[in-house]
Design a binder for this molecule. Structure first.
Ligand SMILES: O=P(O)(O)OC[C@H]1O[C@H](OP(=O)(O)OP(=O)(O)O)[C@H](O)[C@@H]1O
Ligand SMILES: O=c1cc[nH]c(=O)[nH]1
Ligand SMILES: [Mg+2]
Length: 209
């Protein structure tokens, strides 16, 4: 399993602004989406390309690079994953979207699934999971279990912030899944929140607290 921590100054600057106490819903949402775009740029670096010959502007054949026909499905995890989706789709506008819904029980920290609508041909697609937070890892592992059960063989994840504890759990459960994160933070607190983290990303994106 590879953990790609994206140290690009734009990513780090925007993430730093997101950590501020009292940030507005508008700003938090905008940064979520913008970092989503930047992580997508990095995560798609590995996509295979092939050379095609086309008619160039001078009317003579020229060789150009095309992304090889590997199909993608984006998998936003409700709710907070929706906050990154626009930004991800700005670079992958044709990608099909498979929505899954899970929430974390506040007492047990267990992931509780409540919705899934996954593309029919998921066995032929690379799944790109989108969620701002990878905390205990329970939500992500349950999502990957679900996608694999439906036949998906190629899975990556994009997160704004991950915890070392969650990454360790993911590595043990699904070592074949690579992730792209803006930051691997310090630790989880006793309530399962990432420190320093962002607080409750879903509530900040939707303004529910
Ligand atoms: O790694 P874990 O410990 O499982 O926690 C991470 C999950 O918690 C948050 O969702 P939450 O349960 O708050 O749902 P929400 O998006 O509806 O707010 C977050 O967006 C992740 O999906
Ligand atoms: O720090 C955390 C942990 C789980 N979910 C969040 O939104 N934030
Ligand atoms: Mg939440």
């Amino acid at each position: 399993m590879a953990v790609h921590e994206i140290t690009h100054p734009l990513v780090q600057h925007k993430l730093g602004l997101m950590r501020a106490n009292g940030i507005s819903t508008k700003s938090f949402r905008e940064f979520c989406s913008e970092i989503g775009t930047l992580l997508t740029y990095e995560a798609t670096r590995q996509l295979p390309t092939e050379t095609k010959t086309i008619d160039g502007w001078q009317g003579t054949p020229i060789d150009v690079e095309h992304i090889k026909g590997k199909k993608i499905t984006l998998v936003p995890i409700l709710r907070a994953g929706l906050g990154m989706l626009d930004g991800v789709m700005s670079l992958l506008p044709s990608a099909k979207v498979s929505v899954v819904g899970l929430y974390r029980d506040e007492e047990t920290l267990e992931a509780v699934p409540y919705f899934d609508k996954v593309v029919a041909d998921i066995d032929e697609r690379t799944a790109l999971i989108v969620d701002p937070m990878l905390a205990t890892g329970g939500t992500l592992i349950a999502t990957i279990d679900l996608l694999k059960k439906k036949g998906c063989k190629d899975i990556m994840g994009l997160f704004l912030v991950a915890s070392p504890e969650g990454i360790e759990k993911l590595e043990a459960a699904h070592p074949d899944v690579d992730i792209y994160v803006a930051s691997v933070d310090d630790h989880l607190n006793d309530k399962g929140y990432i420190i320093p983290g962002l607080g409750d990303a879903g509530d900040k994106i939707f303004g529910t607290k």
